[in-house]
Design a protein around this ligand. Structure first.
Ligand code: UD1
Length: 430
């Protein structure tokens, strides 16, 4: 398995272009299943999770073509086939194809996504929405089958929690149902607004995306379109944290600053300078971080996907910070890895109490999930000596060219391939 060797001590300076958002691209790709016409997408990042979504679509007959800077999808010959467990187990967001499949074909059979490192992540809210739209559901042998032989119907659905994925699945299904569907207490993330914009271009009428109530007037048929995916606010936040922790001076290009309001506010509280232009953010810092408290929340609150990266930064702050994770129940795996580098963090239920230390030291550490991996790389940038991050497949799922972009800003990071001996011993161990 490849690893990243991060040499501590670099101060990041320069400009970095932010890629298209993984979490916006995934539902938008899934939405191509809603029409027999071609959907052309630009700004889709080159990531393992995107490849998995493309493979999933191909497995049910969708034509997938990568052109220069553009992904073309045509679901004219798509069928309501069974989806392979091997693909679904790689990525929970695979379940995003269930809504479009059910709406287009009146049938879907999907493997249960199962738990993952950051929590149990159930799909009850997705299923509740399908059921409210008239689908009959059954769960057997690890698979969920949803049937709506006479098509789905419009509905008024209240979500007990503003789940991002459940909101997206319900929106995509409703877009293909004639009549008015009302979704209440929905997610308000920018990725939801991006999906709403795509569905509108495809022929549905979507009102209220970005607020807690979305109204969708579906169309019996949707058309092909072209769409550019929004910039990745989580990738942007990751580079902003990296700039702050290294006391650097970095300009991020291709960002939507309004998507980062909570993040900018917290960075300023921590003591970094953040200047905002229309599509650029300039972060520079010349002092030790100040301790702050952070509570993750659904958007527009502080994103759970930046909790780990900020924890790396706060582990070097003057004073004690409390980070409370309210979105996922088990998203503190990185704490044990940061502790290996010298961070002083105690977990108390859903809160992590961080006592800032004067410095971190390089150590072998494991990425336990995508964002945890990014946090360890960030910590490695300022640690004394070399940090070796293993399990970097997690990082490759969601960061386009992470080490290349960081190195262009002055970091020293190399990707190490396993030696023949290491490959042989890994094969024996498994
Ligand atoms: C999406 C993002 C992920 C981000 C998360 C929260 C994608 C591909 N992934 O994940 O990066 O961390 O939003 O911002 O966009 N829940 C239920 N029942 C459900 C669905 C969710 O209880 O049916 C719970 C989850 O267990 C979790 C919380 O709701 O505790 C938030 O999950 P959700 O908003 O659905 O996140 P995802 O869409 O999986």
């Amino acid at each position: 398995m490849e690893t990243l060797l991060v040499q501590g001590g670099a101060r990041l300076t320069g400009r970095v272009a932010i890629s298209g958002a993984k979490n916006a691209a995934l539902p938008v790709i899934a939405a191509a299943l809603l029409t027999g016409e071609t959907v052309n997408l630009s700004g889709v990042p080159g990531l393992d999770d995107i490849n998995t979504m493309c493979e999933l679509l191909e497995s049910v007959g969708v034509g997938v073509h990568w052109g220069p800077g553009c992904l073309s999808l045509n679901a004219q010959d798509a069928v309501a086939g069974e989806v392979s467990y091997n693909l679904v187990k790689r990525m929970r967001a695979s379940f995003l194809i269930a809504g479009p499949m059910l709406a287009r074909f009146g049938y879907t059979r999907m493997p249960m996504p199962g738990g993952c490192a950051i929590g149990s992540r159930p799909i009850d809210l997705h299923l509740k929405a399908f059921s409210a739209m008239g689908a009959e559901l059954s769960v057997e042998s690890g698979y969920i089958e949803a049937r709506a032989p006479n098509g789905l119907k419009s509905a008024h659905i209240y979500f007990d929690y503003p789940s991002v994925g459940a909101t997206e699945n319900a929106m995509m299904a409703a877009a293909l149902v004639r009549g008015d569907t009302v979704l209440e207490n929905v997610a308000r993330e920018p990725e939801i607004v991006d999906l709403a914009n795509l569905l509108t271009k495809m022929g549905a009428k979507v009102v209220g995306a970005g607020t807690g109530v979305i109204r969708i007037r579906g169309a019996g048929e949707l058309q092909g379109t072209s769409h550019t995916v929004i910039p990745d606010r989580i990738e942007a936040g990751t580079y902003m944290t990296a700039a702050a922790i290294t006391k650097g001076d970095v300009i991020l290009e291709n960002v939507v600053p309004e998507h980062l309001t909570a993040v900018i506010a917290k960075l300023r509280e921590i003591g970094a300078h953040v200047d905002v232009e229309e599509s650029e953010i300039h972060v520079f810092s010349d002092k030790e971080p100040t301790a702050v408290d952070i509570k993750t929340m659904p958007y527009p609150g502080f994103p759970t996907d930046l909790q780990a990266q900020f924890m790396a930064l706060l582990s070097l702050a003057n004073g004690m910070s409390i980070v409370t994770e309210t979105v996922f129940e088990n998203r503190f795996m990185h704490v044990y890895e940061l502790a290996r580098m010298g961070a002083k963090i105690k977990i108390d239920g859903r809160a992590a109490i961080i006592e800032g230390v004067g410095g971190l030291s390089g150590a072998p550490v494991a990425a336990t999930d995508l964002r945890a991996g990014a946090a360890l790389v960030i910590a490695g940038l300022v640690a004394n000596g070399t940090t070796e991050v293993v399990n970097i497949a997690h990082i490759d799922r969601g960061y386009e060219d992470l080490e290349k972009k960081l190195c262009a800003l002055g970091a020293s990071i190399t990707r190490k391939s396993p030696s023949e001996k290491e490959k042989a011993s890994a094969a024996t161990a498994s």
